[in-house]
Every structure is written in C-alpha cells, then in structure tokens.
Design a protein around this ligand. Structure first.
Ligand code: CDP
Length: 227
C-alpha cells in the first residue's frame, strides 16, 4: 500500500508534536513541525530588529534570505535557521508572545505553505500545526484535531517549560495560551479550525499513550498500514 500524509491540528500545547513524532517513528514517516517554522521566522524577525519588535516590511522583504531545515539527532529532531541550530531558542516566552502576530501575515503564510506542500509531495509525512488538514494538505488521507481546556494545556506547557529550565509562571503561560488561541482562530487566512473530515480527540483526560492508541486505531480502521 502507498504511503499517506497525516495532518494533526489543534490549539497550543495539546500534545500535537509529541504525538506526531511518535506516529512518524512508528510508521517510519517524516515528521514536520510547522509551528517551528513560524517560530523560526519570528526568531529571525526579532534578531533582525533588536529592539524586541519585529519590523514587518523588513521581515517580509527578507524572506528569500531565510532557510529552515530539520535534522534528526539522538536527542530528537532539531530545527536549523540558516544553518544554525535554534531549537532551544524557539521555545522562549518571547517567541511565544510574538509568533501568532507573525503567523497572520499573508506573505509569511504563503512562503511557508509552498515549503510545507513540497515536503508532503511524496507522501509519508506526519505534519502538525493549525491549518494542515484545512489548507496545507486538504486531501490528507488521515486528519486529527486535538482539543483540551486552556487550563489543562497551560499546565502541560508550564511543566514542559519547567523541565526545559524556562522560568515563567503558570498564569503567564495560561495567558499566552489563551491569547494565541484567540489570535490563531480568528485570523482571516488559514485560521485554526477543524477540517470537516478530521477526527476530533479531546485529550483533556487522556494520556499521550491513550491518544496514540486512538490515532493508530483510526489509521488502521481507514485501511492504512505501515509500509
Ligand atoms: O507548540 P505549540 O502548540 O504551543 O505551538 P506551535 O505548534 O509551535 O505553533 C506556534 C504558533 O505558530 C501558533 O500559535 C500559530 O500562531 C502558528 N502556527 C500557524 O499559524 N500555523 C501552523 N500550521 C502552525 C503554527
């Protein structure tokens, strides 16, 4: 059987990337973290105009200078911006605070859309984000949409950040999660929304393992098996 594309969408900190990584590993597929791409462009914009602000016209004019790639390493997937490993920096609260404003910009969405669609051309990709099932791969063979309350997601993200040595209060994390939810779901282009043919999973009371089981069951129910 041929390979397929799998789209995983959902709001901030629903466990999308952990699940996408696990699925990709289990199926021997390529994992693509589209959030990391938006974060990398935000990082570039902040470096370009070092006053804690992003100069939007300058950033848009510089898109042709930006190259993003991923590498698999023993410590997991790393994100490279123009050849530099920025994986850790992309999780900073400053990026969290700015990324959704960058993700509304049409030129940036269209720049990344081309790259994302090319990556999925040969299938065998698990991609996570906000608009994968609706815009990037509207014909993906398998789509998931993950939901959970903002409080549960903020608690999860707070714990992850703590383990990564990022010092931010739970209240601040919750506020950012809510602000990004709002901005991501109300923007004009490619808003965060469930594709009609996506399987919605409320992950609030489910472990990662349990969600993984639901996903693999759904994939095999649809008739897709590992190559
Ligand atoms: O890890 P988390 O769920 O917090 O966020 P992420 O997946 O790294 O995405 C960061 C931000 O990038 C989101 O809040 C969106 O503003 C934007 N994004 C997007 O607009 N479209 C995507 N396909 C993926 C991310």
């Amino acid at each position: 059987m041929n390979k397929i594309n799998i789209a995983i969408d959902g709001a901030a900190a629903t466990g999308k990337s952990t699940l996408a990584k696990r699925l990709a590993k289990a199926l021997d597929y390529i994992y693509i973290d589209t959030g990391a791409m938006f974060r990398a462009i935000t990082f570039f914009g902040l470096e370009q105009h070092p006053k804690g602000e992003i100069n939007v016209p300058l950033l848009v004019a510089s898109l042709s200078e930006i190259s993003i790639h991923f590498e698999e390493t023993p410590s997991g997937q790393r994100t490279f911006l123009n050849g530099v490993d920025v994986t850790q920096a992309l999780r900073n609260p400053e990026i969290n605070a700015k990324v959704s404003a960058v993700a509304v910009l049409p030129e940036i969405r269209s720049f990344l859309l081309d790259i994302q669609q090319q990556l999925g051309e040969d299938k065998g990709v698990v991609m996570d984000g906000r608009d994968i099932g609706t815009v990037v791969f509207p014909k993906a063979e398998c789509k998931f949409f993950l939901t959970a309350s903002p409080e549960i997601r903020a608690r999860r993200r707070f714990n992850e950040q703590l383990a990564d040595g990022i010092d931010e209060s739970y209240e601040a994390v919750l506020q950012n999660v809510k602000a990004r939810d709002h901005q991501d779901s109300t923007r004009a282009i490619a808003p965060l929304t469930k594709a009609v043919d996506a399987l919605e999973i409320d992950v609030s009371d489910l472990s990662i393992e349990a969600v993984f089981q639901v996903m693999t069951h759904h994939i095999s129910e649809k008739g897709w098996t590992k190559q």
